[in-house]
Write a protein that binds this ligand. Structure first.
Ligand code: GRF
Length: 202
């Protein structure tokens, strides 16, 4: 009997890379991060990947949505790394239909709010300014919408009356780090069904 193939993961990140670090350091992710790509040569995520001995590259992403020849170069790099699952971790580009079709149902994203509340940017600040008592983080499958795909897992984070944006952001980041590793592990190791947009773990 042959053992199942180890999942080969790519992480796409634009920023400092704290979620990437949490994924790289998770004890049992259920797969191996083989490449980290960024649209920003100065992204902290690239340095974190190299620190961990993982191939890391900045690729041109053109302007706005990732399309055209830039998109083709990203897809070619991912194919060359023989990746089967893509993890977005603070990736600030929108993927279009061609990219989604290359990895159907196999692109995950983490978002710092309890979706469908506060999609888009500055979600932590917007939740705090809105006066919510509970916010949180969501890991979801990526579809053609922005922060709209089926929810794989969520975790709640209380907003304290004396929270500053900094204190809330710090708590949100720790919650994200635990959630993303847990959700990726579940996605890679546990069967689930998808009915409409409802994910049920078996
Ligand atoms: C995280 O809050 C993530 O949810 C959002 O962008 C941020 C990235 O942070 N999509 P980091 O680069 O992982 O530190």
């Amino acid at each position: 009997m042959t053992s199942p193939r180890t999942r080969r993961l790519a992480v796409l990140a634009s920023g400092q890379g704290t979620n990437l670090r949490a994924l790289l350091e998770a004890p049992d992710l259920g797969g191996s991060i083989v490449v980290v790509l960024s649209d920003r040569p100065d992204a902290g995520a690239l340095a974190i990947a190299r620190e961990h001995g993982v191939a890391a590259e900045a690729l041109d992403a053109g302007r706005g949505r990732l399309t055209g020849t830039a998109e083709a170069a990203w897809l070619e790099r991912l194919a060359r790394a023989d990746v089967d699952t893509i993890l977005l971790a603070g990736f600030m580009r929108i993927l279009d239909a061609r990219f989604l079709a290359a990895y159907p149902g196999r692109i995950l994203n983490i978002h710092p709010s309890l979706l469908p509340a506060f999609p888009g940017t500055h979600s932590i600040a917007r939740a705090r300014e809105h006066g919510v008592r509970v916010t949180g983080c969501t890991v979801h499958l990526v579809d053609a919408g922005v922060d709209e795909g089926p929810i794989l897992d969520q975790t709640a984070v209380a907003v304290h009356a004396d929270d500053t944006l900094e204190s809330l952001t710090a708590r949100m980041h720790s919650a994200e780090h635990a959630l993303y590793a847990r959700a990726v592990r579940a996605f890679l190791t546990r069967p689930f069904t998808l009915e409409g947009r409802r994910v049920t773990w078996q």
